[in-house]
Design a protein around this ligand. Structure first.
Ligand code: SAM
Length: 329
């Protein structure tokens, strides 16, 4: 990692994941299970003007890409206006949204008009019954309609994040492959991380090596060059495909040394590492009137606290890091 300097105070860290709410309209068993879910009190969640203020501070420190996440970002009132304003932050080069797509059909046009183009859709199954089983909701048709609407409006890229779950959706790998054969989407297979799903992780974890083995019939793909602010996915193109396949292995192949991201939680805390032990409160100083120089220092401190190597040896210990929805994935 390059040391901070005047132009790049955060070194290679150029990407901020911003969780705008811990609320979600789904109850995926591995993320927001109904039985374990404790919501943040509303005053604890950053207000939009506070997030915009912190976005400007972050950009002054070298952040170039902000992903709006949650919880489910599209359940927070005013999200379209917030995304419009985020696009106006000087120096910010990329604004992306990660959504479960339940409200996408309804909001896609407004989001497009607000300037949004980059969309990540979380979708682990293409089967209605399984969708109900994984998410606790019968919304697959709405999500698929939202995806079609976004594609017809011209959102690009559209990335579909699929958490691979052994004995649940792993039989659908060929269906997702077929999807990107026919459509210009990027499907990214993601390893299941042990967060809130106590006891279920070892039962449903499928290492990425096994995913590759099962997709060996595709042959060698052509690796795609990553953009500077890209995430940890390894992306491949296959002959005759309209779309691409990506592979994200947070458990079996850590990407720590090349990590370029920080996370700002819905509660206004900066997380240097997804599974790290540190969080820095920025909401407190912001609400107490800290100036931008002091807030900028907190971003630099967060980068200094990045571990650059996995801080765990036993993935099961990650269960301590409970609330992915609050962190934003
Ligand atoms: N609600 C939005 C969505 O569904 O995209 C944004 C928040 S969600 C926490 C962000 C991503 O984290 C989703 O793609 C979700 O599948 C992923 N995620 C949550 N818990 C996970 C886990 N235990 N393992 C792997 N991915 C997980």
């Amino acid at each position: 990692m390059e040391k901070g300097n005047a132009e790049k105070p955060l070194g290679n860290v150029t990407y901020l994941r911003l969780s705008i709410t811990d609320r979600c309209n789904l109850r995926c068993f591995y993320c927001t299970p109904a039985e374990e879910w404790v919501k943040l009190p509303a005053p604890e969640i950053l207000r939009y003007e506070e997030m915009l203020h912190l976005a400007r501070v972050a950009v002054a420190q070298g952040i170039r890409k902000i992903r709006v996440t949650g919880g489910e970002p599209l359940v927070r009132r005013g999200v379209v206006e917030f995304i419009r304003e985020l696009h106006q932050v000087q120096g910010l080069e990329e604004v992306c949204l990660t959504t479960n797509g339940v409200r996408l059909q309804e909001l896609a046009s407004e989001l497009y008009d607000a300037g949004l183009r980059h969309l990540n859709l979380s979708l682990d199954t293409l089967k209605r019954e399984r969708y109900r089983e994984l998410t606790g909701s019968d919304n697959l048709l709405e999500v698929q309609a939202g995806l079609e609407k976004a594609a017809s409006l011209g959102f690009h890229p559209i990335k579909i994040n699929c958490v691979v779950l052994k004995d649940l959706n792993d039989g659908e790998l060929p269906d997702f492959v077929q999807l990107v054969r026919e459509r210009p989407f990027q499907v990214r297979f993601i390893e299941f991380m042990p967060t809130v799903a106590k006891g279920k992780w070892s039962r449903h974890f499928l290492p990425m090596a096994e995913v590759h083995r099962r997709l060996a019939f595709l042959g060698e793909g052509e690796p795609q060059v990553r953009q500077t602010a890209a995430g940890p996915a390894r992306i491949f193109r296959f002959p005759g495909f309209r779309g691409e396949l990506g592979f994200i292995s947070p458990i079996s192949e850590h990407q720590c040394p090349g990590c370029n991201r920080l996370r700002l939680t819905a509660a206004g805390r900066l997380r240097p590492c997804l599974f790290g032990k540190y969080e820095i409160d920025v909401k407190g100083p912001l609400r107490q009137g800290a100036d931008d120089a002091a807030l900028g220092r907190l971003f630099r401190e967060a980068v200094e606290l990045k571990a650059w190597k996995p801080e765990f040896t036993d993935p099961e210990t990650l269960l301590a890091c409970q609330q992915m929805a609050r962190i934003g994935g």
